[in-house]
Design a protein around this ligand. Structure first.
Ligand code: NDP
Length: 272
């Protein structure tokens, strides 16, 4: 059996947990894979991608800042990737056709609904941020049939561009001084926490029944989740489950095999 060669392209990439996640998935099926983190120069995506695939790579994941480069690079893109204009999973088939997918949204929704048991249908959702991660998850969240999704971003014009790209009447843009009833679910999709910062928003968006999710994760509670807890949220979750679930969808695209994610999430959690 030949070793399947996979990678994750990013810059920076040293922090990536994807190699250990995919090696654990492969072990579940007794598959022999080599999955490496690849530090790609910011202007080098196409060159690295072409070389990796020409040298026999089966596919690769893509993380910051290359998801849009990957969308432009692939020959065909899935509906999820096309809506997001961003690709996090590249694969090549036997005819040499290079396809791009975006599994972030499916990963998030699987974590919210299957792992955490948070219903989306009929819920009012507030999303903080309007960058690549948020664009990547909107289509999947909308397909969960929420009553509304409000986007709040530090740069409001960016949220407006995203909302008009999706053109869904349930999707709207709000500003930091919004008023009104608390939301059912608040999702932080900003990178503010990476610098220990907190997006600007009033605590009345949180009520006694509000569930808060941070796409970021870490060994300690993220600044957003610490704030949500102080503000009285009923449930808190970070993005570790999303990370493993989006990886599971990538693995399925490459190998056509399902994986069991719970033990992988658990092991990752204890090693943070
Ligand atoms: P981008 O750089 O594309 O977007 C960053 C977003 O964060 C923008 O909306 C930006 O606002 C906002 N932001 C940055 N700093 C601040 C701040 N100090 N206060 C308020 N808003 C701020 O990043 P991504 O969308 O790719 O990633 C966002 C987060 O999601 C990251 O933490 C990433 O790790 C996480 N992520 C997690 C995944 C998982 O599987 N768990 C998958 C993908 C991403 P503005 O437009 O005003 O600049």
């Amino acid at each position: 059996m030949t070793t399947a060669r996979l990678a994750v392209f990013g810059n920076p990439i040293g922090h990536s947990r994807s190699p250990e996640i995919h090696h654990q998935f492969a072990a579940q099926h007794g598959l022999d894979i080599e999955y490496k983190p690849l530090l790609v120069p910011v202007d080098g995506f196409d060159r690295y991608a072409r070389t990796f695939l020409t040298d026999g790579g089966l596919g690769f994941n893509v993380t910051v800042p290359f998801k849009q480069d990957a969308f432009r690079f692939v020959q065909s893109a899935s509906p999820a990737a096309t809506m997001a204009q961003a690709v996090n999973t590249v694969s090549i088939n036997e005819q040499g056709m290079v396809t791009g997918d975006n599994t972030d949204g499916a990963g998030l929704v699987t974590d919210l609904v299957n792992n955490l048991g948070w219903e989306l249908e009929g819920r009012r959702i507030l999303i903080l941020g309007a960058g690549g991660a948020v664009r990547g998850v909107l289509a999947s969240l909308l397909s969960g049939d929420p009553a509304s999704i409000s986007l709040l971003n530090r740069t409001t014009s960016r949220a407006q561009v995203v909302a008009s790209h999706f053109g869904d009447q349930r999707l709207g843009v709000v500003e930091a001084h919004l008023d009104g009833a608390p939301f059912d679910i608040v999702i932080n999709g900003t990178s503010a926490g990476l610098n220990g910062e907190l997006p600007d928003l009033p605590s009345h968006v949180i009520g006694a029944g509000t569930r808060c999710y941070d796409m970021s994760y870490g060994s300690t509670r993220t600044p957003f989740l610490a704030w949500a807890m102080r503000s009285g949220a009923v449930s808190l979750a970070d993005g570790l489950g999303m990370l493993v679930e989006q990886a599971a969808k990538s693995f399925e695209i490459w190998f056509g095999l399902p994986v069991t994610t719970a033990p992988v999430i658990e092991r990752l959690r204890t090693s943070l």
